[in-house]
Design a protein around this ligand. Structure first.
Ligand code: ISE
Length: 336
């Protein structure tokens, strides 16, 4: 295939970031069209990056000038846009969440399976991060022995206005849901959300931090501290404890500086774009290569998006009840 002509739906923070990435860093791809409900924002980006602005996202998806689509629109818009991509046979990289609930996610999985051709990749970018890749290789190579326990911390300095307690699960914890399934290679069987004393600086009504406990199908334990109003920096740590030892990633040990009078320190990552920039670069390049070669997907699938939605749904129920909630997964569709 010649250069892949990419259209981007939604050019807020993430979509604009991907637009720049396609133009400046990705081989074999060209940005041809952008769409956003904020027309001025789309026009500004379109004129800067020489891409056509299409007001209607469904028109962009259907356009003959667009070979493949990146969906970076809000989650509530994904279902309709994904169905349009399937209808027009367009490979699509969909930022998480696949959709906002497990019922519509499963419908997406089923419609894609009925086509017989994989078209959807979900933007769980951590799978492309070199540190997560290293950890995965260590686990798969047997060097830690059987993994038994995983401890995670997911901290954000701030979150946008309107971020509520359920979003801590669906927007933030969802990454650890995927990381757990990716690293341990199995489904999550149950979720419990524990609500510790809340940060006084968190917006009113926001339960922050939250502790999530997952039990996997084979009985492994995963705990996650999600704390999204730390006021400090972007910190994402993962420690896997196995029968033969443990391994930790996300320690931010770049340059360590020692200075007078007797202090030491370094830089902590300010945000997810800095922490996962390389992962996004690799993710998009591999997706472009996969679409150009006709494979379409090289990363998390629609099923992974559905499974994450089902786990988060159980998490939100546990947030409300305080009880451990079993995850209900439909029978696996397709082989991927
Ligand atoms: C945001 O949407 C992300 O995906 C970030 O990676 C995550 O750390 C943050 O909590 C989310 O709100």
């Amino acid at each position: 295939m010649n250069e892949l002509r990419v259209g981007i739906v939604g050019v807020g923070v993430m979509g604009a970031d991907h637009a720049e990435r396609i133009v400046r860093k990705t081989a074999g791809a060209r940005l041809v069209a952008v769409s956003d409900p904020d027309l001025a924002r789309a026009e500004d980006l379109g004129s800067r990056l020489d891409a056509r602005v299409v007001a209607d996202p469904l028109e962009l998806i259907a356009s003959n000038e667009v070979d493949a689509v990146i969906l970076a629109s809000p989650g509530f818009a994904h279902a309709e846009q994904l169905f349009a991509c399937l209808e027009h046979g367009k490979p699509v990289l969909c930022e998480k969440p696949l959709t906002t609930d497990s019922t519509s996610s499963l419908e997406v999985v089923r419609q894609e399976a009925a086509l017989g051709t994989p078209l959807i990749q979900v933007g769980f970018m951590r799978r492309f991060d070199p540190e997560y890749q290293q950890l995965k290789a260590l686990i798969d190579g047997g060097e830690l022995g059987q993994p038994l326990v995983m401890h995670c911390a997911h901290r954000n300095p701030t979150v946008p206005p309107g971020f509520d307690s359920a979003m801590v699960i669906k927007d933030s914890l969802v990454h650890e849901v995927d990381v757990t399934r990716f690293l341990l290679g199995e489904e999550i069987a149950s979720v419990q959300i524990i609500k510790p004393m809340s940060n006084r600086d968190a917006p009113r009504g926001l339960q922050d931090p939250q502790i999530a406990i997952f039990q996997t199908v084979s009985g492994r334990h995963v705990d996650v501290e999600v704390f999204v109003t730390t006021g400090v920096a972007y910190e994402v740590r993962t420690e896997v404890v196995g029968e033969l030892g443990s391994a930790t990633i996300g320690l931010d040990i770049g340059l360590v500086r020692k200075s007078a009078p007797g202090t030491w320190g370094g830089r902590i990552t300010p945000g997810f774009r800095e922490r996962f920039g390389t992962a996004y670069d690799i993710e998009i390049q591999r997706w472009v290569d996969a679409v150009r070669s006709g494979v379409n997907v090289d990363g998390p699938t629609a099923w992974d998006g559905y499974a994450a939605a089902a786990v988060c749904e159980a998490g939100v129920r546990s947030l409300e009840t305080g009880e451990r909630v079993d995850v209900e997964l439909a029978e696996r569709v397709g082989t991927r």
